[in-house]
Design a protein around this ligand. Structure first.
Ligand SMILES: Cc1cc2nc3c(=O)[nH]c(=O)nc-3n(C[C@H](O)[C@H](O)[C@H](O)COP(=O)(O)O)c2cc1C
Length: 498
């Protein structure tokens, strides 16, 4: 086993790209990431906890690279797993086709107005059906279907099974309107031709499944287990009902997604996908699924019965790469991307509600990008800080599971926990500067719901005003720190030290 920089680049797989459509080819993106110097390879790891442990330890580093696992124990060389794909500002910006950012804040700045633009442009980017694509290089069908050939990982020690789908996209169709939904839902391997699908009630895939169940019809499904990470990034966020995620991805790319349609279900999947499962969920076919470590870092539910997909056909590229993105105690594989996306939405919501002088916002990974959020403002009037804090805590995109909302002055970087907690420690008076809200919006997946005696998921919230008191802004003690000017001078003079 060893770590080394990934070197063998080639111009492969570019030939199938057409100017008008994008096959969501993971390998094109990996070439780009390798050029950025942000791709490492790991050889010889086992799917039994080792791939999960290495990925999780990698994410804990202050700056980390994407990880490509090869020579996986018990699997054919070349059958690979990629993790940590979205975990740096540069990789995330490249996935979202945004300019190379100099800081987390500049990434949020360039992202802020995009979701609204992408949504309104989505209708112009219907996916383009093609007949050819790398995903058709190999197929298995009927009795030949054998999921055991592909690495399915036991990510964390108390997981109830091996998960082949984490950074995946599950494609389904509405029985009445034909609208195609693409959602990220975890996929547990049961045996050589069956996987379990855990879709939370209310998710679009669940709503579509319910219609088939009611009609007593098998539910057609395809699961994309590896593609350009844009695919699972977008299928993993809330895109409005009846807007297909493929259209939305097209709006981000500025060109339609190129798809082939499954022979059995006619469902579309990217022509450059790595590995795709196709089949049906038969009515009342249920098997125990989970538990699975969740995004706040706990096992909040036990094993329970979940729908089973019987896989009847598999499509895969030569040497396929499965995209893994397991949750765990944050920071985890995808927590950075969630922080950036939610911070951009929160920033816009606070500004839209009329709060002036908002400098930046950060939804911290440690709170699953929901429970510990910070806004930096340049105070303009008495009460400004409380106003910003309460709106951060209660605005539309912020209210669900917001536990701590903190307001800091403009000299504090809200994404830097140490600076934020320094401000809390030195600029707030607990009795005066912490406001509480009772019976706010909570969630059953909050581990603290265990201590909530209520039948409904209420939760209390705290707003911490860690700004210098407005009436003492001018008299407040000066900060002891290196000034920007002298920092620049010494860094230039002694570059080796910094
Ligand atoms: C890596 C990852 C794993 C996820 N796992 C699940 C899951 O197992 N079940 C689920 O219902 N939602 C899961 N989600 C959340 C959904 O993907 C998300 O709510 C998405 O909006 C669902 O798509 P839909 O709105 O089209 O239903 C996951 C998200 C990510 C990013």
């Amino acid at each position: 086993m060893g770590w080394y920089s990934f070197r063998n680049r080639s111009a492969r797989f570019v030939e199938h790209m057409t100017p008008k459509s994008n096959p969501l080819d993971l390998r094109v993106w990996l070439d780009h990431v390798e050029q950025m110097g942000e791709l490492d390879q790991c050889l010889g790891a086992s799917t039994d906890l080792e791939i999960g442990a290495i990925s999780q330890l990698n994410v804990k580093k202050s700056e980390h690279h994407a990880l490509l696992f090869d020579d996986i124990k018990g699997h054919e060389k070349g059958f690979r797993v990629l993790t940590c794909s979205t975990g740096s500002k540069r990789r995330l910006a490249s996935i979202l086709r945004l300019p190379d950012p100099s800081s987390h804040q500049s990434l949020i700045e360039s992202l802020r107005d995009k979701p609204a633009q992408w949504q309104s442009a989505a209708h112009q980017f219907a996916p383009v059906q093609v007949q050819q694509g790398p995903v058709l290089e190999n197929t298995m069908q009927g009795d030949a279907v054998d999921l055991n050939q592909f690495p399915a990982v036991l990510w964390n020690q108390h997981d109830g099974g091996r998960y082949i789908g984490t950074g995946c996209s599950v494609v389904t169709r509405d029985l009445e309107s034909g609208w195609v939904n693409v959602g990220t839902y975890r996929v547990m391997k049961h045996d050589k031709n069956r996987v379990g699908l855990m879709i939370i009630p209310g998710k679009h895939g669940h709503i579509q499944h319910a219609k088939y169940k009611e009609a007593k019809k098998p539910f057609p499904v395809v699961i994309v287990l590896g593609a350009d990470p844009l695919s699972y990034l977008i299928s993993g966020i809330e895109i409005p009902y009846e807007v297909s995620e493929y259209n939305y991805m097209g709006a981000i790319l500025g060109e339609a997604v190129s798809v082939v349609h499954g022979d059995l279900t006619d469902l579309p999947f990217p022509s450059g996908a790595e590995l795709v499962l196709e089949g049906w969920v038969y009515p009342d076919d249920l098997l125990p699924e989970g538990p699975f470590g969740e995004f706040l870092g706990y096992y909040t539910s036990e094993s329970s019965l979940a729908s089973v997909l019987t896989v009847e056909k598999i499509y895969f590229r030569n040497q396929p790469i499965i995209l893994g993105s397991p949750p765990s105690k944050p920071p985890n594989d995808y927590s950075y991307s969630k922080s950036v996306m939610r911070s951009a939405l929160l920033f816009n919501s606070i500004v839209a509600s009329g709060v002036p002088n908002v400098q930046s916002v950060w939804a911290h990974e440690i709170g699953g990008s929901r429970m510990f959020n910070v806004v930096a403002i340049k105070q303009k009037y008495a009460g400004h800080a409380r106003q910003a804090g309460h709106i951060l805590s209660q605005c539309g995109v912020g209210a669900y599971m917001s536990r701590y909302s903190i307001v800091v002055d403009e000299d504090i970087d809200p994404s830097n926990l140490s600076e934020v907690m320094w401000a809390v420690a030195t600029r707030s008076d607990p009795v005066r500067d912490i406001d509480f809200i009772q019976r706010g919006v909570g969630s059953q997946s909050d581990p603290m719901s265990i201590a909530n005696q209520s039948k409904a998921p209420f939760a209390s919230k705290a707003i911490i005003d860690a700004c210098r008191p407005f009436e003492y802004l001018n008299e407040f003690p000066k900060v002891v720190d290196v000034s920007k000017d002298i920092e620049e001078v010494v860094k230039k003079k002694w570059p080796d030290l910094f």
